[in-house]
Write a protein that binds this ligand. Sequence first.
Ligand code: NDP
Length: 330
Amino acid sequence: KNTILLDKRPVGTPQVSDFKFTQEEVQEPKSGEILLETKYVSVDPYLRGRMNDAKSYIPPFELQKPIVSGIVAEVIESKNNNFSKGDYVSGMLEWKRKQVSTGEDLHKVDPAQAPLSAYLGILGMTGLTAYLGLTEIGKPKEGETLLVSGAAGAVGSVVGQIGKIMGLRVVGIAGSDEKIRMLKSEFGFDEGINYKTTGNMKEAIAKACPNGVDVYFDNVGGDISDAVLFNINKFARMVICGAISVYNETSLPKGLSVQPFLIKNSALMQGFIIGNFTEKFPEAMQQLAGWLKAGKLNYEETIVEGFENIPQAFIDLFSGKNKGKMVVKV
Ligand code: NDP
């Protein structure tokens, strides 16, 4: 089978049976087109939202149509002057082993500069989200305290490192002791909290952030973020990047009323969508690539092998099977 379609809209946690594997005929590229062979597929929590039939900042996937996500592919045939056989490209493509494209909105990537998978993570949407979310909304200042939820994941692990580069005290929240160890040893976090084994998150955050929280970079929402609100400082900035803990809820989750916390602390809470910052991508990419080259940024990847394992790799994001960026090598 060479194509993965959305078969049913998931209810609650997605199941492999929500996807369908089919065999589709691979088209011949026409003049102006290229034939691509998929190498690496990005699986991302936000894809869950596109599986619902609901209006959002990005339209829902259609049933019986291939899922689309970030993909790195090799050009195996070219009838387009801008691309040559053997080039590697990255862009939003379909969950297919091979596909034809006009090349529009695809970017060439250089395997000599970084491993191909990195263009889906640290040198792709992940890195951009971490850098632009933190700098544009979090506005971190040296000496402040940055708290990151989903800290051992793709975005969170980069956010924490950028916080350290910028001179902040950085605390991460993640779901296992092994992940907490990794935050400190590989990514330089000052402190970590395992939310799965910590009874009272409000107290644990107070202990790990003795000077309070100035910047909260939120990837998870829900109870964890409610506990953070008790610990924010005056003029705190909260970057609402993701809310994975509620993506599988079937009804609107109930939480704390945030307004009193915001008023009391003159705090800012702002939603972040990477797509609203495209004009800043070149500058952000240059910064990230520079830090990477200088050895100031580390990145972790969980690479799952096999086209047939793409749906399961996606589902596994919701139980935290990944450290750093989850990608599938085809
Ligand atoms: P991650 O690599 O962080 O993977 C998801 C992680 O979330 C898991 O590893 C797991 O780690 C954690 N998690 C899963 N379920 C829960 C839960 N119920 N409560 C707490 N943590 C949970 O994914 P990304 O880095 O790609 O994305 C992180 C967040 O950022 C997502 O919410 C995503 O939607 C968002 N995002 C937003 C963008 C934007 O433009 N707004 C762009 C890119 C990402 P653990 O073991 O710690 O539980």
